[in-house]
Ligand binder design. Structure first.
Ligand code: FES
Ligand code: FES
Length: 167
């Protein structure tokens, strides 16, 4: 079965078996190994990617269902300025999640950033709850996520203000 989709900004066409999962396509066919697979049941968040800019557990999606869609993996997101800013605040707060849960957390923050949700603890906690992790402090993650969301929204408001001042 041949599918065409966008992967990290590039058009891809590939022949795949109908039962192949998206996470396996990304890792095995495209060598994109930063997004991991652990539970294969949609429970841990380790295989999170962005599909049409929404966070999705790629173990729960058939590769076939990627046709016509835009997929961003860790490798693609690392090239963005937004990632640099998120990573900067992770480092500044000495928050260093492992390679398994890291991307589920980053993509959850990304999705929250682009939502209309107000920055309050419960909405962010809800956004981050898809990532199983018992080894870093959830309080620190929440605090870092709040800082990221506030900094990004402040920056976007500043840019908007500049644009309207130029008109
Ligand atoms: S491997 Fe996909 S959610 Fe755990
Ligand atoms: S599972 Fe990655 S730091 Fe806890």
């Amino acid at each position: 079965m041949i599918i065409r989709f966008k992967l990290n900004g590039e058009e891809k066409i590939i022949d795949i078996p109908a039962t192949k999962r998206a996470i396996d396509l990304l890792r095995e066919n495209f060598g994109l190994l930063k997004n991991k697979a652990s539970c294969y049941q949609g429970a841990c968040g380790n295989c999170s990617v962005l599909i049409d800019d929404r966070i999705v557990s790629s173990c729960s999606v058939l590769a076939f269902d990627l046709r016509g869609r835009s997929v961003v993996t860790a490798e693609g997101f690392m090239k963005t300025e937004e990632y640099q800013r998120i990573n900067h605040l992770f480092q500044k707060n000495q928050y260093d999640p492992c390679d398994f849960c890291r991307w589920g957390k980053i993509f959850a923050i990304h999705e929250f950033l682009h939502s209309e949700e107000r920055v309050d603890g419960s909405a962010l906690t809800h956004a981050l709850k898809g990532n199983q992790c018992n080894c870093t402090s959830p309080t620190l993650l929440l605090s870092v996520a709040e800082q990221i969301v506030e900094a990004e929204r402040k920056m976007n408001a500043g840019r908007q203000h500049e644009r309207s001042a130029r008109k």
